[in-house]
Design a binder for this molecule. Sequence first.
Ligand SMILES: [Zn+2]
Ligand SMILES: [Zn+2]
Length: 619
Amino acid sequence: MKVRFWGTRGSIAKSSSEVLKYGGNTSCVEIRSEANDLIILDAGTGLHGLSHQLLQEKVQLRSASILISHTHWDHIQGLPFFAPFFFPNVEWHIYGPPTLSHDLKSILSGQMQKVYFPITQDIFNAQIKYHNLTEGEFSIGDIHVKTQYLNHPGVTMGYRITVDGHTIVYSTDHEPHDCRLAHGGHAHKNTEDGFHAQLLEGADYVIHDTQYLASEYEQRRGWGHSTMEYVVDLSHQADVKRLILFHHDPMRSDHEVDQIVDMSRERARNKAGKMEIWAASENQPLWVPPKIILPSAYHNKLVSQAIRPDERASSIIDELHQVKQNIICLGLQHYDQAINMSGHYSRCLNQFDRLDHASSDLSTSLIFIAPSALEAPEVINDLVKIQKQPPQIVLFCKADECTSPELSKQFPGLIRMVEPVSDIYLSSRIETWLRRQKKTRRWKRAQISSDETLRQREVNKVIGLMKTEAIKHRVNQLCHFFWQGMTLSSHGESAVAFNIITMSEQISLVNYPATVSSQSVSCSRDESICAHVIEQGSIIATSIFSPDGLLGNYAEYTGAEQSDMIRTYIGKPISLNGQVIATLCFFSKLDIVLTKNHKQLLSSAVKLIEDVLSSSRYI
Ligand SMILES: [Zn+2]
Ligand SMILES: [Zn+2]
């Protein structure tokens, strides 16, 4: 793996004899895997140097991606000058978080409008694909990427990337959630800073915004940046192996950055940690041998199992854009402006309104509370009732009011915001909280249980039994009856299958009618919904498009293409000799509301098939 810093400054590029050591370009980091996957972290002015280097190189890249933390100028200004975009036959992927009103592509093309720049994006010859990100995970080749929101005025993403066995965290433009931690200290679990520590946990390399020192923080509070003290303490707490100070203040000379490095090392030494610390410099490429050398076959396997970026991210943002969310404020009228800026509705309650009524009248996404409101006992009671449901509770307080441990115990999901909070800051926080709430479950492969060998033995018996003409005929008949019963009450293209799950595959031993189900005769176990029925040992009934369903994220259901737009699925396990060996399932291209009758029909069909299979063991 190679890591090279092409831009290390924050805010604005700087040219001076005093910044020659660490460099004056704004954020841009190159990460190159052994297999030649290129990841560029941010596209500040440093991208220009990398652009030049890429043109000179003769190496064939396996993939080329740019991960944008956020779209402030100092992180995107290099894009219009990125020469590789002008070459045809190259595919570039740009990933990043969109804002509420604009997707990633339109934000990035905004800086190339005529008033700002002589050429527009249409002139690029390369194929450029844009990926709007929310929090989650995805793969680029065999590189794994996890995303998590940072704390900045503007939706900003932190990245945890695993390359060649090394973990690198890129976390820039982030301010401590709790301003007291700007002076250092321990971030408690279940707080937002504790969550940020999890992003860094055990990483081999953490590249972190350390624009300020604690002594400078008070004048710069709310600007969205970290202090060296916060980052050293949090990295120590998170067992980070190497910390790289980044996003240097443009006013900082090389000598001053050197001093900060010394101070941070001293701070880490006092904690008796082994963490190495240095400051990112444009002059120091870092070559790190891979932790493990994978045979190419394994590489290919990882690539084939790649997780696609969450295609639903764009629709989550669209939904939030189109459907305004309700935010209840209790004793916090002054945040109206920030809520309006975020494009959502606020409703301010007075002391006579009951919180639980108000929250169930409207579907509420967020509840903002002033600590003084908590003095009324009924407010606490209402909150206890409400917290089991979706609304996220946010408590706004002064730094010295935020310490009640009982409150944390009572409301573990509570978020604390230390006041004062600027409107722009709050509106971007609202955006990240809402996106988090809307996050859907992702497609997961069913697990293989520990007694799988026993189960497979029974599966093989059934395969044998089904070769007997009489048994096959009877099971066929039962499946046919079941299909007729199901389709009588649900019109449209539907099918029934008797599926067994082997170690690697789903095989349909019976299908009705063959025309609809021909695609499902066999699929891999990883793509099988029936494998989940086997894993759970109980009935699964799901509408594929339902956000809470098993296949909540249809776009990610790897079996989606093969299953030709199946929208409804119901499957029940079939057991033999105490082992779940198969499923009887019904699926349809229509959205069908599954009734009690459907489930009863399925249960009786399963019972009859089990009888046939178990009695025939004695034939
Ligand atoms: Zn920045
Ligand atoms: Zn920024």
